[in-house]
Design a protein around this ligand. Structure first.
Ligand SMILES: [Cu+2]
Length: 292
């Protein structure tokens, strides 16, 4: 029995770090100030558009002081089918002129951002307020929200992270509408469908695009004996090549040196055939363009 107890204690002791997630804290005091509210540290933590003092135009005073903690990570997307990354909150709402401090916790071992767009550019470089860190880590920043009712996009701008679900909206006042494809808040712009088959999907796309019936290629009465490769770059590139070839015909004469008369005739015949095929193809293409 004692043995079992000591084993359990041993196991419990060693599994503790697994329960207590260790976040690297990117303390604001450790961040280097690059001016313009751009703070950075050597460990890759970054804050852009940090502003805890200057009131945006139209704000007489700070209406409220708020603090939020937002988590980012793969696990928050588990409840959203087809999504890979998410914030733990998809929608935020604050009074105009709120002084907002965001504590951003990245639970993943990749880089994530909490990036807000559309802010006044005279106060926020590129109109952005932006927290970014490679996880697991925590980073904090402060901004003062502008006046007026407006909905701001918040997302992670790392390639494909927003498309995979890391997207939210922040409404100041009543906001001015909803953004699409926010997990659990608004419908996806392109709805995933896991049951449809590929031919059905193609037919549907065809129907939605309202395309005419596919045009059947006209069949030539006399088929060319040599099939020219169906290559879109053929006509243009080859035409230029042939034109150049004709222009430098005297130089070609050297090519024929040592060839028998029969070989030269065969070569010219082949070239002529190619030219005819090319013109047939060009006419076909032109006809197709006219039909469209
Ligand atoms: Cu991300």
């Amino acid at each position: 029995m004692m043995k079992l107890v000591s084993v359990s204690v041993f196991v419990a002791l060693f599994s503790l770090p697994a329960f207590a997630q260790n976040y690297q804290d990117h303390d604001a005091g450790m961040l280097m100030n690059h001016g313009d509210g751009h703070l950075m540290d050597m460990a890759g933590g970054m804050v852009m558009g940090n502003n805890s003092e200057i009131l945006p135009g139209g704000c007489d005073k700070i209406a409220e002081t708020k603090e939020i903690t937002v988590h980012a990570g793969h696990k928050y997307a588990e409840k959203f089918p087809g999504r890979m990354f998410a914030f733990d909150t998809q929608e935020f709402q604050f009074k105009p002129c709120t002084k907002l401090t965001v504590h951003f916790i990245n639970d993943d071992s990749v880089r994530h951002q909490w990036m807000m767009h559309g802010l006044p550019k005279y106060l926020y470089p590129k109109g952005m307020f932006h927290l970014e860190v490679s996880g697991p880590a925590k980073i904090s920043g402060t901004l003062i929200l502008p006046p007026g009712d407006k909905t701001y996009l918040v997302h992670c701008d790392i390639a494909q992270h927003m498309e995979k679900g890391m997207k939210a909206q922040l409404k100041v006042g009543k906001g001015d509408g909803d953004l699409p494809s926010i997990p659990n808040v608004t419908a996806n712009t392109v709805q995933d469908d896991y049951k449809i088959t590929l031919p059905e999907l193609l037919a549907k796309a065809h129907e939605e695009a309202n395309l005419p019936e596919p045009v059947v290629e006209p069949v030539l009465a006399v088929k060319p004996t040599v099939v020219v490769e169906e290559n879109s770059s053929f006509s243009g590139v080859t035409a230029i090549g042939l034109a150049l070839g004709i222009l430098v015909a005297p130089a070609l004469a050297r090519k024929f040196k040592g060839m028998t008369v029969t070989e030269i005739i065969a070569y010219l015949f082949d070239l002529n055939k190619k030219l005819i095929e090319l013109s047939i193809e060009t006419v076909q293409r032109l006809l197709k363009m006219i039909q469209k």
